[in-house]
Design a protein around this ligand. Structure first.
Ligand SMILES: Cc1ncc(COP(=O)(O)O)c(C=O)c1O
Length: 370
């Protein structure tokens, strides 16, 4: 008898049509590029030099992360380091949920939530973000999904791929709801430093909201374009924040996963990472301007690394993505990768090198107007 592996994941996910098509061709213009280390940015020599530190030869583990690293982040005292945001999600689900409990996640949003939750035997239930001139949180859809098993509401601020932030008035309502129902708020703010358009109504952060227990996630992968260095952080605020951090400390102590060299390097990585962040900011702003000037009618982007364009009705979004790959050698992502509620969207990465992005946008315009 073969070993019956766990049911945590649907292990046999078939390759979608786009991945199959990509097995046979490499696109000339990759408008899905989201790895900053392969996007043509200049990484200062000080990034590697930061690892030349004798202190890293001694192992002095601290489950919250070493004091110098946490001090460099300049965050609230209730902060703990993890190797990635993904790992922090896993810890938070372990902290808040028993197997079978649920977390609410926005739709459309980051596809990894499903996997991260299932790996902890936690159910993911979606609530809607709706678009009308800008994105807004559909509270009716969110409230309909609440059950006694709901332990956390997740929000990505700004969201991937909608680029939307929660507004202050929405945060007021959301934090009130969480406090009234004893639900924690988890805010993924990894893209916080990439605003693309100003809006005085948006919330600065979902943490410190004065009402509910909130966790805010950040990390080197986006703030400094250094996903490979494997340092992320989470901060707790609100009622029970201290107790939550003590329990998270116990979880972190079980793994001690953040490598010492990366922790010792963190102050320098944050300092010199600013130069990388500025290049990314410049790139996303330039590409967004190119897109706005085009005839593609992108949805309004408030921040982050992504933009969304509608596709003409002649084909489904997946057929458009396949057609663009075959006819123009341009790679895009169909909206269903992010669980859009309707068909007819392509997601473009604003991290794409400027010249490739402009060529890709021209190709889309050509094809959409035929
Ligand atoms: C919403 C969101 N959170 C987190 C991450 C990555 O986090 P990490 O590399 O720290 O796991 C990404 C990467 O694309 C993301 O889109």
């Amino acid at each position: 008898m073969p070993i019956p592996f766990s049911h945590r994941l649907d292990w046999s996910l078939p390759a979608n049509r786009l991945s199959q098509a990509l097995e046979h061709r490499k696109p000339r213009y990759d408008l899905t590029a989201s790895n900053p280390t392969k996007a043509g940015f200049h990484y200062p020599a000080e990034i590697l030099a930061a690892f030349q530190n004798n202190a890293a030869l001694k192992y002095n583990p601290d489950p919250r992360g070493i004091a110098e690293a946490r001090a460099a982040l300049n965050l609230a005292p209730h902060t703990i380091l993890s190797a990635s945001t993904s790992e922090a999600y896993g810890w938070l689900f372990k902290l808040l949920c028993n197997p079978g409990d649920a977390v609410l996640v926005p739709r459309p949003s980051y596809p990894l939530f499903e996997f991260l939750a299932k790996l902890e035997s936690v159910e993911v239930i979606q609530y809607s973000l709706q678009y009308a001139e800008g994105w807004w949180l559909d509270f009716d859809s969110l409230e309909k999904q609440l059950t006694p098993n709901t332990k956390a509401i997740l929000f990505v601020h700004p969201n991937n791929p909608t680029g939307s932030y929660l507004k202050r008035s929405e945060l007021e309502k959301l934090s009130q709801l969480c406090a009234a129902r004893d639900i924690a708020l988890i805010s993924d703010e990894v893209f916080a430093e990439y605003p693309l358009s100003p809006d005085h109504t948006r919330a600065a952060t979902l943490g410190d909201n004065g009402r509910c227990l909130a966790f805010v996630l950040g990390g080197l992968s986006k703030t400094a374009g250094l996903p490979q260095m494997k340092v992320a952080w989470l901060t707790a605020s609100g009622p029970q924040a201290g107790e939550a951090i003590s329990r998270l400390e116990l979880i972190a102590d079980t793994y001690l996963s953040v490598a010492s060299p990366a922790q010792h390097a963190l102050p320098a990585l944050l300092h010199h990472g600013a130069a990388i962040r500025e290049q990314i900011q410049h790139r996303t702003q330039t590409n967004y301007k190119t897109l706005i000037k085009s005839s593609l009618r992108p949805l309004h982007v408030e921040g982050g690394w992504y933009a969304i364009v509608p596709t003409p009705r002649a084909r489904t979004e997946e057929e458009w993505a396949l057609h663009l790959l075959q006819s123009e050698s341009v790679l895009t992502q169909p909206g269903y990768f992010y669980d859009f509620e309707s068909d007819g969207w392509l997601v473009l990465s604003l991290l794409t090198p400027e010249a490739d992005f402009a060529s890709g946008v021209q190709a889309l315009q050509r094809q959409f107007t035929v």
